[in-house]
Design a protein around this ligand. Structure first.
Ligand code: SF4
Length: 347
């Protein structure tokens, strides 16, 4: 007789799973931080960010005491910046409402900004050894294959079925190691492409494997056209200084420092220069490139403009002139970092 799903996963985790990730050890703050960073981002990318973050903000109180600017500087390059802003808001709420102690009740954890059902459950299981099932992207993939569930896993009905399986398969004991096993399985064995079924402890009763449908499951998201947008980004230079302006708190790159952006069909470059009283002494174009967001593609044309002097009106907005090295250390999104790096290389 084949041992249960959970028994096999736990045994596999003990022998082959990951045991030295820097957030392992059960500290709720570190578990929470890692869970947020790992949403949409791979472990190898997250580790250096995580390590830098916990040096600067070793606990909830330190994070709550930081400014949003400092938090976003540490998040710069990780993408999906709402995660960083929510983390910061949540830390302040924990200080105000829970005396700085990370709550250990699921209902209180899920109330915090940026924490959904699966993340709250992961914190409960990994930090507080509570009996909770999770369903993150990796687990969805493993369960869709193991249980042979067809349909896009983002669909509410399919998701409900997967939650049911996740609950049914949850063991009564050793939940923390079981949850870690599920995460490790998804990341190291049952990957999106080329899963290592030959080494998998679930092979004997994995529906996808047994019915030769591993490549078909989980069913991909229905294709839909992603809108495409075009914009010019202005690299306004005065000597070695570049002009950055702060984005509004909400929306794409909210709260980050960006280059002035002229959207296709919006304000013209000449109008912008006139409005801000700027005189160009040299103009050059950097190679255009495309940045893909979840909901649209942005085709970016970077234009470098050396200006005769720093215009007063631009200085009075939520903007700043920084030398390029300082700008590279600020809270900036990845495409801006790429453009600044180009400027640095060419100077
Ligand atoms: S047998 Fe293959 S498809 Fe099935 S759970 Fe294991 S790795 Fe995934």
């Amino acid at each position: 007789m084949v041992a249960s799903f959970a028994v096999r996963l736990i045994a596999w985790q003990r022998e082959f799973g990951r045991h030295d990730l820097p957030w392992q050890g059960g500290d709720a703050y570190r578990v929470w931080l890692s869970e947020i960073m790992l949403q949409q981002t791979q472990v190898v990318t997250v580790i250096p960010y995580f390590l830098r973050f916990v040096v600067s903000f070793p606990n909830v109180a330190a994070l709550a005491a930081a400014t949003e600017e400092q938090v976003l500087e540490h998040w710069s390059g990780l993408g999906y910046y709402a995660r960083g802003r929510n983390l910061h808001k949540a830390a302040r709420l924990i200080v105000e409402q829970h005396d700085g102690k990370f709550p250990d009740e699921f209902e209180k954890i899920i109330e915090l900004p940026g924490i959904g059902r699966s993340t709250a459950a992961a914190i409960c299981a990994l930090a507080f050894h509570q009996h909770r099932a999770i369903l993150d992207g990796n687990v969805k993939r493993v369960l869709a294959r193991y249980c042979g569930i067809e349909g896009w896993t983002g669909d509410k009905k399919i998701e409900a079925q997967l939650w049911q399986h996740a609950e049914d398969l949850l063991p009564k004991q050793e939940v923390a190691i079981y949850i870690q096993a599920q995460m490790d399985m998804g990341a190291t064995l049952c990957m999106r492409s080329k899963p290592k079924c030959a080494q998998c402890p679930l092979q004997q009763d994995c529906v996808a494997y047994q019915s030769k449908r591993v490549a078909e499951l989980p069913t991909p998201r229905p294709r839909k056209m992603i809108p495409e947008r075009y914009a010019t980004f202005l690299l306004l230079m005065h000597g070695n200084e570049i002009y950055l302006e702060k984005r509004a708190a909400t929306g794409i790159w909210g709260g980050l420092w960006c280059l002035p952006q002229l959207d296709d069909g919006g304000e013209l470059l000449a109008e912008y220069m006139l409005r801000n009283g700027m005189k160009v002494i040299e103009r050059s174009e950097l190679p255009p490139f495309t940045h893909t967001f979840t909901h649209f593609k942005l085709h970016i044309t970077p234009v470098r403009l050396n200006v005769a002097h720093k215009p007063l009106r631009v200085q009075q907005t939520d903007g700043v002139w920084l030398n390029v090295d300082e700008a590279l250390r600020a809270a900036i999104p990845t495409p801006v970092r790429m453009m600044l790096a180009q400027v640095k290389r060419h100077d």
